[in-house]
Design a binder for this molecule. Structure first.
Ligand code: NAD
Ligand code: WQD
Length: 350
């Protein structure tokens, strides 16, 4: 497509009511874009819309539309594309729980891959061929060397969720080979945490959290007794797993940077989005304890199956090409997670 200004650009955001999607919608609206959210609310609350409204204000929110639609529902998705002249898509919608994907592979392949295929077919019919996709550092598996660059070896994933990310990257890459009009950006996120500094939106997991920081946050607020540290015998400085945690607002900014960068180009490009800094499980517990003002109890347990010892990103490419760089550090992330968790101890509800 020709290059367009944000105020003339309509961005359809699948999964825009979710954790990363809602923060990205805020950033898009604050940057002048028109936003169409498509979300079936299978893992999010409609209340997030009011929260987004409160953050961005009336004028910006008037540029936001919401459709409760499952992206696997072709007719409903076609209807959305018929109603809006969509220029680009940011595609967050999908299931994301690694453990659950092992229990329910069909549901994960069907929703993540089937949903993406339907979305791309409907986009093609509508003449919209620009998409940014939420991929994951999971495609690198157990690293041979650190930091991970976009060219580091990709390892067969150890779970269906990871396979869906890798397979969708391949599907979207193949599209650009078959039809050079497709403009695809694959963003490989490291570990997104934190929340909007307002405390109005944040991560709202249903049930017992699988990921470290939501579990730490719920322990800090008294909903869980103690953090379970999965292994302290890794070959890392303190023996616990090391990850590259990135503030969700930095991640959101990465999508806005990618939208501006892809303006009118074609082909496929991949970027890591992380901070380049590795933090251990105990670093996170300590930093969160400082943020909430009291010691967070933890117990050390056996390693979790499928976990790697350490990963962190080389994000030089995103800096060089898109002018994007993470701004927040782990203390900022813990402060904002705590702010969100303490103001919304039970999340947003159904
Ligand atoms: P999330 O569950 O909070 O958001 C996903 C949203 O998609 C939810 O609002 C859910 O209701 C919606 N959704 C799911 N299936 C749908 C469908 N068929 N049709 C319409 N809406 C649907 O997850 P998130 O953490 O915001 O992750 C967003 C994306 O980023 C996902 O694709 C995820 O795999 C990817 N990702 C997440 C992480 C992470 O740690 N959070 C890391 C790397 C990649
Ligand atoms: C982080 C560290 C655990 C929970 C997952 C997905 C990945 C991506 C991000 C989507 C590890 C340890 C955890 C707990 C713990 N998601 N831990 N106690 O596993 O790096 O990545 O989310 O794409 O694909 O696999 O994140 O937050 O689960 O774990 O000690 O209760 O915390 O062992 O070292 P992970 P995580």
């Amino acid at each position: 497509m020709d290059s367009k200004k944000p105020e003339d650009t309509c961005v359809l955001v699948t999964g825009g009511a979710g954790f990363i999607g809602s923060h990205t919608v805020v950033d898009l609206l604050e940057n002048g874009y028109h936003v169409v959210i498509v979300d079936d609310l299978s893992n999010s609350s409609p209340r997030v819309l009011d929260r987004i409204h409160r953050i961005v204000g009336d004028e910006a929110f008037s540029r936001c539309t919401f459709h409760e639609v499952d992206i696997c529902d072709r007719a409903a998705l076609e209807e959305v594309f018929a109603r809006h002249d969509v220029d680009r898509v940011i595609h967050f919608a999908g299931f994301k729980a690694v453990g659950e994907s092992v229990e329910k592979p069909l549901e994960y392949y069907s929703n993540n891959i089937g949903g993406t295929l339907t979305l791309c077919e409907v986009m093609r019919e509508a003449g919209c061929k620009a998409i940014i996709f939420s991929s994951s550092a999971t495609v690198y598996g157990d690293p041979d060397a650190l930091p991970l660059t976009e060219d580091s070896p990709k390892k067969p994933a150890t779970n269906p969720y990871g396979w869906t990310k890798w397979m969708i990257e391949q599907v979207l890459t193949d599209l650009t080979v078959a039809d050079p009009e497709w403009d695809v950006v694959l963003l490989r996120y490291f570990n997104p945490i934190g929340a909007h500094p307002s405390g109005l939106i944040g991560e709202d997991p249903k049930g017992i959290p699988n990921n470290l920081v939501p579990y730490v946050a719920q322990t800090a607020v008294g909903k869980r007794e103690a953090v379970h540290v999965f292994g302290d015998d890794y070959p890392t400085p303190d023996g616990t797993g090391v990850r590259d945690y990135i503030h969700v607002c930095d991640l959101a900014a990465g999508h806005v940077a990618a939208l501006a960068w892809m303006n009118g180009r074609c082909g496929v490009e991949v970027f890591n989005l992380g901070t380049g800094v590795g933090s251990s499980v105990l670093d996170v517990v300590k930093c969160f304890s400082e943020a909430c003002g009291h010691e967070i109890p933890y117990v050390v347990e056996a390693r979790r199956a499928g976990d790697v010892a350490e990963n962190y990103a080389d994000c030089a490419k995103a800096g060089r090409e898109m002018g994007w760089k993470a701004r927040y550090d782990l203390a900022d992330m813990c402060r904002d997670s705590w702010n969100w968790q303490s103001k919304n101890p039970d999340g947003l509800g159904a």
